[in-house]
Each structure stands twice: as structure tokens, then as C-alpha cells.
Design a protein around this ligand. Sequence first.
Ligand code: SF4
Length: 333
Amino acid sequence: MALLRTDHKAPPPEKLAETEWVDPEYQPREHLSVSTLQTFDKCPRLYFYKKSGICSPNPAPALTYGVAMHKAFPVVLTEGLDAGFEAFKSVWDESLADKKRNLACAKRSLQHFDFTHKGGRSLYKLVDPPKGDIGMEDDTSPYEVPFAIDIGLPIPLVGRIDGLVQHRDTGELWGLEFKTTSRLTSNFGAAFEMNTQLLSYALVLSMLVDQPIVGMMVEGMLVSPTKVDGMTHLEYIQQHHLNDILKWLQITGQSLLACEESMTEDDPGAAFPKDFTGCTAYTNFYIPTFRCDYTNLCRAGKWEHAIRLYNISIKETESGFGKMTKGSKECPI
Ligand code: SF4
């Protein structure tokens, strides 16, 4: 099987002879992350395809826009609007622009974010992240909290939390996550109730600081061609949910590692079962437009036969967690 090595569109035919071709390749994990476990829990086969570097041929403007906003938010909070907009531009690629994700919309949204967070209007202030021996070369802000935690599995749980903050009125410590969204209604907050990512991050923060973490604040920013809006949602965390989330992290991580154990060279994908509840709209609350990106692969008798409909991203096949210096902490629960 010969595959094109590219993160975006296939080059024109005359260029093919000069292009390096690679197979999708699954690299056994050296560490786990919450998003890795969420994907695996949704459908193990989907996880295998993703981590083998198989991806849709269309670039994802939403993802890049979200990363650029993540870079900008803390800079606006600490250095002001102009510096925040420059931080946004350092990540965003305007060739990906569409009607709601472009420089003009970004500037309007950041102006709104700046206005609603300065002069005592912000509900929180960023605090320095806990000191540890994890260092990231590609961090998006100095307030980001990178972590590597021993959760009782052979490999650590790793990740990065957008920030640790202090509540303006109570002085309590909270975690912070930034989110961009195309729908910012009263249901926005409900989407984060008993959420695997927020609970996992609260668990991690509770280990890293010596004070209790009251909950997670979710800073939501509307992505729209015409409107600007934002919301700081407070998600209080129950202590017993931290025990529950640790159990989920452990069991899902164990299942993932068990799949890796049973991989064969012949068909490594076969070790990762297909979970058909994730494929189509009916089992996903009948969201009419929903269809898993990988249905072409799962329809084929041999998934490799449909692989030319996709691109291969070398980035996805790597199991590295940015440039992380060594260090992990044992989970006390
Ligand atoms: S099509 Fe269904 S079984 Fe296949 S990867 Fe997607 S969710 Fe999993």
C-alpha cells in the first residue's frame, strides 16, 4: 500500500513522482491524554484510524481558529488587546478563512473579550501555574499548566490545562478552560456538566496544588459572522466525581493498552473493535448531519482498500506530547 505523505491536499499528478509515500502507522502510546481516552471510548476503531494518521482531506479551519484563540485569550488578559491580536495572528492562517473565522471576526471577538474582562469585570484572575518538572517548548501561554500524572497504569496521563485562576470575589482556586463555539446559548454550560475533560483536569489540579479546587471555569467565546458574545460558565466539581473520573481514566486506559497488546502485524486495526453506535445519526440523538468521517473505511471488507480517500498526517502518528521534559506525579486518590 503506497500513501501520500501530506497534511493537506494531494499535490497535482506531475508532482507525485517526487513525493515521498508512506503507509499509515500506529505508534504504541508512551503516555495517555484525556482526549485520547475520549476518542478511544467513543469507538476504538475510530481511535486507531486517527492515531494512525488517517484524516479527512479537508483542512480543519475550526481547529486552527480555536488554537489561535487559545493563544490570544491569556495575552489579552495579561497584556491587552493589541498584544492578544498579534498572538492570534501568530497562529492563524488566513488562507483557511471562512465567513465566521477570519481576521476581522477574530478582532471583533477579542475586542469584546477585552472589554468584558478589564476594569474588574472579569470573574477571575490568572495565577502562576504550580511549579513542577514538566516543561513544554510549544506551550501557548506561560499560564498553561502542563502535567504528567501516574494514574496507576504503565504509562502516565499527560496534558495541559489552559490555566489556574483565582475567583475575584472569594479568592478560591479554580481551573480554567477556553472554548470557542458556534452556539452560545443557555445550554452552553449544561454541556460541561459531568464532563470527562473538566473532571480529569480538576483531578489533576487538585493533585498539583495544596488547596482544594472548587471547580472549573469555562470561558466560552461565540464564533459568528455577525455577532460577538461570551460567557464565563462556572462548573462546580463534586469530590466524589474525582474518584469516578479516576476509575474511568484507569479502565479506559487499560482497555486501550489491551488492544495494543493484541495487535498483529498482519492487520493492526483488527485489534481495535468497531463500535457501531458512533457511526450514524440515529444513535447520536438523531443529529441529521452526523456521520462518522471513517464510514468509508469501515464499510470496506479491508479498511486498507479505501485508504486513498483520505490523507495521512505524520503529526497524528506521533505519540509525542510536544517537547516534554521528564517527570510525573502519583495520583493520591
Ligand atoms: S464508522 Fe463507526 S465503527 Fe467505523 S470508525 Fe466510525 S464510529 Fe467507529
